[in-house]
Design a protein around this ligand. Structure first.
Ligand code: PGA
Length: 253
């Protein structure tokens, strides 16, 4: 049985004080939901303080991005090792905003997955097609390429420990969600790609989150699909009410 995993990506929202205050609120609000894994990804500046604020709550901290190298002359960059030291347990990698706005390539994403493991962070690997790609019938090809290139040279155990976040780019921050059937069909495709290539425990154990305008009102239906194991939440992770609303919705019988 895969444990549901809900992660909140705060992006470049919330300064240190705001992040700590929301983390405290969410940490308390998560107490009744021990059957769900929860992580929050604040700005890098707030990782340390948010980690402190979440002590004892069971909620983990995730990074939003890191440099693939461990250390060196990379002005402005932060390594996975540094994020681990500051308290991160997970590393979001390859978010579509990183790919489109910051020019991250398939190789960059692959290298970041490897450096996350080296540092002891568990990757949350984001993949997903744009609207144009979907309309041209390329959605599966793009998702397959992003997935397999990122997983190259990892062991089966490592792959099983990754979380995949399927985020159709056209659904991020737009209020447009993939229908539960559309999302389920891509999640099943992703799992089938893993099933064909790796020992079967990989496809069975790996968690695949859906991301893109997940809200309290649509979370339950999405997460009740057999291959949707969680959500990567942007906008609705910015208030405790909406984020806890998602946890409440998915755990209701
Ligand atoms: P959204 O963002 O929930 O605001 O659509 C999702 C994401 O970017 O991970």
């Amino acid at each position: 049985m895969r444990r549901p995993f809900i992660a909140g990506n705060w992006k470049m929202n919330l300064g240190i004080k705001e992040a700590v205050s929301l983390a405290q609120e969410i940490g308390i609000g998560c107490t009744p939901f021990r059957s769900v894994d929860v992580a929050l990804a604040p700005t890098t500046l707030a990782v340390d303080a948010v980690n402190e604020a979440l002590q004892g709550t069971g909620v983990h901290v995730a990074s939003q991005n890191h440099h693939e190298s461990d250390s060196g002359a990379f002005t402005g960059a932060v390594s996975a090792t540094m994020l681990k030291e500051a308290g991160c347990a997970y590393a979001i990698i390859g978010h579509s905003e990183r790919r489109t706005l910051f020019g991250e390539t398939l190789d960059d994403v692959h290298n970041k997955v490897h450096s996350a493991f080296k540092a002891g962070l568990l990757p949350i690997l984001c993949i997903g097609e744009t609207l144009e790609q979907r309309e041209n019938g390329q959605a599966q090809t793009i998702v397959q390429e992003q997935l397999l290139s990122a997983l190259k040279d990892l062991s089966a155990d490592q792959i099983a420990a990754i979380t995949i976040a399927y985020e159709p780019v056209w659904a991020i921050g737009t209020g447009k969600t993939a229908s539960p059937a559309e999302a389920q069909s891509m999640h099943a495709f992703i799992r089938s790609l893993l099933q064909e290539r790796y020992p079967s425990f990989v496809a069975n154990d790996i968690r695949i989150q859906y991301g893109g305008s997940v809200k309290p009102h649509n979370a339950k239906e999405l997460l009740s699909q057999p291959d949707i194991d969680g959500a990567l939440v942007g906008g609705a992770s910015l208030t405790a009410k909406a984020f806890i609303g998602i946890l409440t919705a998915i755990t209701q019988g």
